[in-house]
Design a protein. Structure first.
Length: 635
């Protein structure tokens, strides 16, 4: 019997074995910690069947492109490592790279539309359209990302003058929802369903088909100038960027310079076939850069020397003439829109990560009206690090990327104007501060001055800290749509779990049931009923046994902490971020109780009519109300 039981246990373990699913950076850089299986459907119907089966069995699902040698997407390209999936080891991945059909091109004058499947990458559809005299326009991101993934994640080009978020080009979506149904949505900016779908973080399902706006093919110029740091920090950044169809800055903190890159339309007859590449390197270049950057792992001076080299190199165009693959050596350059705005890899070149170079990044977005205070604060941090003898600077080949996004309304997007808090003006768009830094290949891989916040990375902890800044009303609206599309929570992710875990929970431990009975709970974002029951039970079991005399009023819970106070027979509990001020929340709880006491005259009188000495005194609501009326008459 023992051997048979042991074999059964081992068999079960084999069934639930899970492996990491890596980002394009490869092993050691998981998008998901635990993935039980990876599916590669070749048709939308196959993908529908996979989701329907998973939903019926309660198995979590996530979509992704394929981080292969040539198309290093994917759906997870724009989110942090280790956050794409939930931690459930039963999770399956549906890879969309084979869902890449393009059809139904309509071009009427200067505008038109095309239908693409969600797994097609930008360079695939751009080349297909170019051959037919059409273009994607300005709603672009890196060449190696799928359109479905870019739209789900709210990805964007850098522009304040033109619509730049990829979702703005969508006329309709076909989405596989959490029940395995194929749902069609037409553009409607007045609909919460559409506002949720245009930046869904993959939590509504898989975008498998998109009808999108396109333009007649056109040519653009790219130009670059060097600007003094003080002129940018003290200038009118909106006025400098907004006139161009797309524009961005690259910041070099060491020499205190900015490179300002701008783009604009030129006649289609203009000579030139420029092709841009940001990631192309030779093996020699990669090895040299690795040596320089590794030497700066423990040396501030070396990092500044390396930055100076990169700064000098970046002054020249990162473009080649497409017809002969020769470098272009002066600004401006001219070519077809996609080749100049995005481009790709040069022939016979590889990316920097193909040669083992890895990076981490820290990105934040604020209204462009706050651009100057943001950049001045970053400069202050650089100066503080230098004053401490541990100066920090850029360790990326193009410096610190300063991007911009025109306002576009969605429920979870970076540039939405729908926030309840109108303190700041998002109507002019957003500035995105993107600080990439090199990850050394030696030692423990830590970077110089690692503890500094601006040398951080978008991790679970960073996302957790930012949850409190999300708009509760927009989360509520998104959650209502998500519940309709995915009532069982089939499409799960760490990000989704983090933004959905915020609750005010009041518990009464003195009921006969040892699990505790919730008297009142307020959920700022929704969970299914089973998850609510689990959370209530966990919080009760965590708080109720604690020694009120010798233990504090706050306790760690998952990646958060619970702050609580006991009044009579009730625990008032708040689940807050791990770095929040416990004392402030304790005072808030006390204020809440005082207001209850004032508003209801005497909350303790109400409690005393129901509970006495910790035991249930009365279970009839009518009797309790009658007694309270009698007490009120006496007073």
């Amino acid at each position: 019997m023992l051997k048979r039981g042991l074999l059964s246990v081992l068999g079960l373990v084999a069934l639930v074995r899970a492996d990491p699913y890596n980002t394009f950076d490869g092993p050691g850089f998981p998008a998901c910690r635990n993935v039980a299986a990876v599916h590669n459907p070749t048709t939308i119907d196959e993908a529908v069947a996979i989701v329907k089966d998973a939903s019926a069995r309660g198995i979590p699902v996530r979509a992704s492109g394929l981080p292969s040698k040539d198309e290093r997407d994917a759906h997870h390209r724009t989110i942090a490592d280790d956050t794409m999936c939930s931690d459930d080891p039963r999770t399956i991945i549906i890879r969309t790279e084979n869902l890449n059909r393009i059809s139904d091109l309509v071009l009427d004058g200067d505008t038109g539309s095309v239908v693409v499947e969600g797994g097609v990458t930008f360079n695939q559809v751009a080349e297909w359209l170019h051959q037919r005299g059409a273009s994607l326009g300005y709603t672009l991101v890196n060449w190696n990302i799928t359109l479905g993934g870019a739209m789900a994640m709210g990805a964007h080009r850098s522009s304040l003058g033109e619509d730049s978020q990829v979702s703005t080009s969508a006329l309709s979506f076909d989405i596989i929802n959490g029940k395995g149904d194929l749902v069609h949505l037409d553009r409607d900016q007045t609909s919460d369903t559409w506002l949720a779908a245009t930046t869904s973080l993959g939590l509504m399902g898989i975008i498998v088909r998109i009808k999108m706006e396109i333009l007649k093919d056109f040519k653009v110029y790219a130009n670059q100038e060097t600007v003094e740091e003080r002129d940018v920090l003290n200038g009118d950044i909106y006025a400098e960027i907004s006139p161009f169809v797309t524009a961005n800055y690259w910041w070099w903190p060491g020499p205190k310079k900015f490179h300002k890159r701008t783009y604009g339309v030129v006649p289609i007859t203009r000579a030139g076939n420029a092709f841009q590449s940001t990631f192309s390197v030779t093996e020699f270049e990669a090895n040299l850069a690795t040596s320089l950057l590794d030497a700066g792992q423990n040396s501030s001076l070396q990092n500044f020397i390396t930055e100076g080299i990169f700064y000098a190199l970046w002054r020249a165009p990162n473009f080649r003439e497409k017809s002969n693959n020769l470098p272009l050596i002066s600004w401006p350059v001219h070519g077809y829109a996609y080749d100049v705005l995005i481009g790709g890899l040069y022939p016979d070149y590889k990316t920097q990560w193909d040669y083992g170079m890895r990076g981490l990044t820290y990105e934040i977005a604020v209204p462009v009206t706050l651009a100057n205070p943001l950049l001045k604060r970053v400069r202050q941090l650089f100066d503080e690090s230098a004053a401490e003898g541990k100066a920090v600077t850029s360790t990326y080949r193009s410096g610190i990327n300063i991007k911009f996004g025109k306002a576009f309304d969605s429920l979870l997007g970076q540039t939405t104007t729908l926030q309840s808090n109108k303190t700041y003006d998002w109507s002019k768009g957003a500035i995105m501060f993107d600080f990439p830094s090199y990850r050394p290949t030696t030692g423990d891989h830590s970077r110089y001055n690692e503890p500094w916040v601006h040398w951080s990375k978008v991790t679970r902890e960073i996302i957790q800290y930012s949850v409190k800044n999300l708009d509760p009303e927009l989360l509520r609206r998104f959650a209502a749509v998500r519940k309709e599309f995915d009532p069982q929570g089939t499409f799960k992710s760490v990000v989704g779990d983090l933004i959905h875990f915020s609750l005010l929970h009041l518990i009464d431990p003195n009921v006969k049931n040892r699990q505790g009975k919730t008297r009142l709970s307020k959920w700022y974002v929704p969970y299914d009923d089973d998850e609510k029951v689990r959370l209530r039970g966990e919080v009760h079991r965590l708080v109720a046994p604690r020694d009120q005399k010798y233990q504090s009023n706050f306790v760690e819970f998952r990646n958060y902490k619970v702050v609580y106070r006991r009044y009579a027979g009730l625990f008032f509990c708040l689940c807050v971020d791990a770095n929040d001020n416990e004392l402030a929340y304790l005072e808030a709880i006390h204020l809440f109780v005082e207001i209850l006491d004032t508003f209801f005259d005497n909350v303790y009188a109400i409690l005393d009519e129901i509970f006495l000495a910790g035991e249930i005194e009365e279970t009839s609501k009518d009797v309790v109300l009658s007694r309270l009326e009698e007490l009120e008459k006496l007073e």
